[in-house]
Design a protein around this ligand. Structure first.
Ligand code: ARG
Length: 467
C-alpha cells in the first residue's frame, strides 16, 4: 500500500474515540469464544489480561496509536498481539471489522443518546423553573412577529419546554430502536463457528442480537436517526436562541442575560452580547448538515458493507456533541437570565392586543363573530387614530361602534384579564400553566428514571466484563 493510500483511507483520527468501546466489544467476544469452547481457556485468559491493560491505558489517555495501522480496531488487536504473542491473533476469530465497527459505534451512540436526552432535559427544567417563578407575568404573544394576544411568560417558556420534551423523547426512542447487538454478524453472512450471539449481546448491555447479518453490517439508519434527533433539537435550540437574542436587545428589553454567559465588545464598552445564543443558533447549520451527509451518503449503497460507511462517524459524533454542549450551555443561560416582567407588561399594554377579547365579548352579547370582527376593527382604527388603547375609551365612545357594549366590557379589556381568562386546556391562564408545569416535571422525571436505569445497566456490564 502506498503511503498516500494509507493516509487517505485511515479513520484513526476519528475512530480512536471508539477505543473504549472497541476493547469492551473484544472482551465480550473473547469471553464468549471461551464459553462456547471455540478458543482454549489459556489463550482467552491471556487476551483478557492484555485487553484490560489496554483499557487502563485508554482510560488514562496513554494508549499509543500507531498511524501505520488504519483504524482503532487494528490498533487494539496489533498492540495486544505485540504484547501477548500469537494468542492475540486468535481474538478476531468468528468476527470481522464490519460487525466490530457496527457494535463499537452503536455503543458510542447509545451513550451519546442518553447524554443528549439528559442535557435537553436539563434545559427543559430551566425553562420550567422560569415558568414557575414568573408564573403570571403578562407579555405579548406574537404571530407574524406582531402583537397578537396577551400570554403569560410561563406559557411562552413552557411552549419551548414541550418542544424539548419531544426532543428528549426522540433520543430515547432512537435508543430503544438501536438497542440490538450487531456482534456476530461477522463480515456479512454470519459465521461457521458455534458462537452465542445472545451472550455477547447481554454482556454488552443490549436487549437482543440483531436479526439479519447482512442488514446488520449495512445498517446505519440508527446513525441517521440520531442525526435527525440532533438536527430537530438544534432547530428548537436555534428558535429559542433567536428569541433570546431579540429579547435582550434594547428594543425589546425583555431579558438580561447573566454576565457569566455574555461577552463584551473589544471596542464598544457598553455592550453585552448574547454570543452563546448566537453561537448555538449558528451551530445549527452543521448539525443539519450532518443529517444531510448521512442521508446522501447511504442512499445509493448496495448491501452490505461498503467503505463509504466509514464516513458516518465524524459528522454525527460532532453533531451529537454540539447538541449536548449547546443544550447544557442554554440550560445555564436560561436559569441565570433575568426576565424583565415590568417591561413586558408595559409593551403589552401599549398595543391593541385585547382586540380579540372585545370581539369575543360581542359574541357573548349575541353578535355573530364575523360581524364582531368588523366592529372591533373599526374601534381599533379609531383608538389608534386618537392615540389610545381600547380600554381607554369611554363607554359612550365604545357604544358608538356597537350599542350592545355595556359597562362590563371594562372587566374583560385589561390585558392581564385577557391572559387569565384563556383557561381552556393548554391555554395561557395561570390555572392551565400550573397543570402544564406538573406535566412537564412528570415527563422529565420519568425520562430521568429511564436514563438512570439504562446507565446503570451499561455500567454494570463494563464492571462485569473487566472483573
Ligand atoms: N474503519 C472502518 C469503518 O469505520 C472499519 C471497518 C472496515 N472494514 C473493512 N472491510 N474495510 O467503517
Amino acid at each position: 500500500m502506498d503511503d498516500s493510500t494509507l493516509q487517505f483511507t485511515s479513520s484513526l483520527d476519528v475512530d480512536s474515540r471508539l477505543a473504549f468501546y472497541d476493547v469492551m466489544g473484544s472482551l465480550a467476544h473473547v469471553k464468549m469464544l471461551k464459553a462456547c469452547g471455540i478458543l482454549p481457556a489459556e489463550d482467552v485468559d491471556k487476551i483478557v489480561e492484555g485487553l484490560k491493560v489496554i483499557l487502563a491505558e485508554v482510560k488514562e489517555g496513554r494508549f499509543d496509536l500507531d498511524y501505520a495501522l488504519e483504524d482503532i480496531h487494528t490498533n487494539v488487536e496489533f498492540t495486544l498481539t505485540s504484547r501477548i504473542g500469537p494468542a492475540g491473533g486468535k481474538l478476531h476469530t468468528g468476527r470481522s471489522r464490519n460487525d466490530q465497527v457496527a457494535v463499537d459505534f452503536r455503543m458510542y451512540m447509545r451513550d451519546a443518546a442518553l447524554e443528549a436526552a439528559e442535557a435537553v432535559d436539563s434545559l427543559m427544567m430551566s425553562l420550567v423553573k422560569v415558568a414557575e417563578e414568573n408564573g403570571d407575568a403578562v407579555m405579548p404573544g406574537f404571530t407574524h412577529m406582531q402583537h397578537a394576544q396577551p400570554v403569560s411568560l410561563a406559557q411562552h417558556m413552557l411552549a419551548h419546554a414541550f418542544r424539548f420534551s419531544r426532543d428528549a423523547d426522540r433520543f430515547l426512542d432512537a435508543f430503544r430502536r438501536m438497542d440490538k447487538c450487531p456482534l456476530g454478524a461477522a463480515a456479512l453472512a454470519g459465521t461457521t463457528y458455534p458462537i452465542d450471539r445472545r451472550m455477547t449481546s447481554e454482556a454488552l448491555g443490549f436487549k437482543e442480537p440483531t436479526e439479519n447479518s447482512m442488514d446488520t453490517v449495512s445498517d446505519r439508519d440508527f446513525v441517521t436517526e440520531l442525526a435527525y434527533c440532533a438536527a430537530q433539537t438544534a432547530i428548537h435550540l436555534s428558535s429559542l436562541c433567536e428569541e433570546l437574542v431579540l429579547w435582550s436587545s434594547q428594543e425589546f428589553g425583555f431579558v438580561e442575560m447573566d454576565d457569566r454567559y455574555t461577552t463584551g465588545s473589544s471596542i464598544m464598552p457598553q455592550k453585552k452580547n448574547p454570543d452563546i445564543a448566537e453561537l448555538v443558533r449558528g451551530k445549527t447549520g452543521s448539525v443539519i448538515g450532518s443529517l444531510v451527509t448521512m442521508m446522501v451518503m447511504t442512499k445509493g449503497l448496495p448491501l452490505t458493507y461498503n467503505r463509504d460507511l466509514q464516513e458516518d462517524k465524524a459528522p454525527v459524533m460532532d453533531s451529537m456533541a454540539t447538541v449536548i454542549s449547546s443544550a447544557k450551555m442554554m440550560s445555564k443561560v436560561v436559569a441565570t437570565s433575568k426576565f424583565n416582567t415590568e417591561r413586558m407588561m408595559e409593551v403589552t399594554s401599549r398595543g391593541q392586543i385585547n382586540a380579540t377579547d372585545l370581539a369575543d365579548y360581542l359574541v357573548t352579547k349575541g353578535v355573530p363573530f364575523r360581524e364582531a370582527h368588523g366592529i372591533v376593527g373599526a374601534a381599533v382604527r379609531h383608538s389608534i387614530d386618537s392615540g389610545r388603547n381600547l380600554e381607554d375609551m369611554s363607554l359612550d365612545e365604545l357604544k358608538g361602534f356597537c350599542d350592545r357594549i355595556g359597562e362590563d366590557v371594562f372587566q374583560i379589556l385589561p390585558v392581564r384579564r385577557c391572559m387569565e381568562r384563556r383557561d381552556s386546556y393548554g391555554g395561557t391562564s395561570p390555572g392551565s400553566t400550573d397543570v402544564q408545569i406538573s406535566q412537564a416535571v412528570e415527563q422529565i422525571m420519568s425520562r430521568d428514571e429511564i436514563i438512570r436505569q439504562e446507565k446503570q445497566l451499561i455500567d454494570g456490564c463494563w464492571k462485569a466484563l473487566t472483573e
